[in-house]
Design a protein around this ligand. Structure first.
Ligand SMILES: [Zn+2]
Ligand SMILES: [Zn+2]
Length: 280
């Protein structure tokens, strides 16, 4: 427990430190000016709570399932086919291949979350951010993480216990979320199709009709090109963000019971009762 608690504290500290590092840049060159500080503070206060559940409760369960998967698949497909990448050059190639494979998987899960109504409820809280900023990267409902882990099992079966070097893992899964969501007026120019950045991901969070269901990838926009959902932002295109239906309930409710209430409201039993009540 001490080990898990130590990892939790390190994780929280690194996330808060990164938030602190990004903040001055967001003040210097904001994509959206005059953002309310309270919205950022809400995310920063929420993150330690959701990480506590994610790291101290969900992670040990996920680890036990992963051990079971490795036992059944004899360590996964990749470790049986190739040796562990050893040299720095091999590690870079492996990290890039892993990132593309991970992003392809993430792309389809993310599209499903936008397409299937009951999956959308696990992602809605993330999109309810009306002042997109670097702290939004931690604004995910816990159900989003449960869903991610369940869908991650095919990735585990392929990669087994192989993971990229810890520096690559840090860039991919810690730093890049801050980059993607930063409220910074920066354009990637000719590199736009190659790597996702704040302007490109801002389009995904946009409230404008022409931006709906675009730019799903986390790292590589060319994946969106491949499947017809790529939108290249124009030079000064930094749209407003949030939910299109403008149905912004209280953020605390969205972060906790929101998905469960929505699921309940849409169950056949509930619809039947409602129809009876209105005499339908
Ligand atoms: Zn989304
Ligand atoms: Zn996002």
């Amino acid at each position: 427990m001490t080990g898990a608690f130590g990892s939790y504290l390190t994780l929280v500290a690194s996330v808060l430190l990164l938030a602190l590092v990004f903040y001055p840049f967001e003040l210097l060159a904001p994509a959206e000016k005059h953002q309310t500080l309270g919205k950022r503070l809400f995310n920063l206060a929420y993150i330690p709570f959701f990480l506590a559940v994610a790291v101290l409760i969900l992670q040990p369960i996920a680890n036990s399932i992963a051990v079971l998967v490795f036992a059944v698949t004899v360590g996964g497909a990749l470790p049986r086919l190739i040796a562990q990448p050893a040299s720095p050059a091999h590690q870079v190639v492996f990290a890039l291949a892993y990132a593309v494979w991970w992003d392809l998987w993430q792309y389809w899960l993310h599209r499903l979350q936008h397409r299937v109504p009951w999956l959308w409820e696990t992602h809605r809280f993330h999109h309810s951010e009306t002042a997109l900023n670097s702290s939004t990267q931690g604004r995910h409902h816990l159900l989003h993480h449960v869903l991610t882990f369940l869908f991650y099992l095919p990735v585990l079966v392929v990669t087994g216990w192989y993971t990229p070097h810890y520096l690559a893992v840090f860039v991919m899964f810690r730093l890049w979320g801050f980059v993607n969501h930063a409220n910074i007026r920066v354009r990637l120019g000719v590199a736009t199709p190659l790597f996702s950045g704040p302007q490109w991901h801002r389009i995904h969070h946009s409230t404008l009709a022409e931006h709906q269901d675009k730019n799903f990838a986390t790292f590589f926009p060319f994946i969106d090109m491949l499947f017809g959902t790529y939108y290249r932002p124009r030079r000064n295109e930094f749209p407003p963000t949030g939910l299109r239906d403008a149905e912004h309930s209280a953020p605390l409710r969205e972060a906790t019971v929101g998905p469960f209430v929505a699921w309940y409201r849409n169950t056949p039993v509930r619809r039947f009762r409602f129809a009876k009540w209105i005499g339908g």
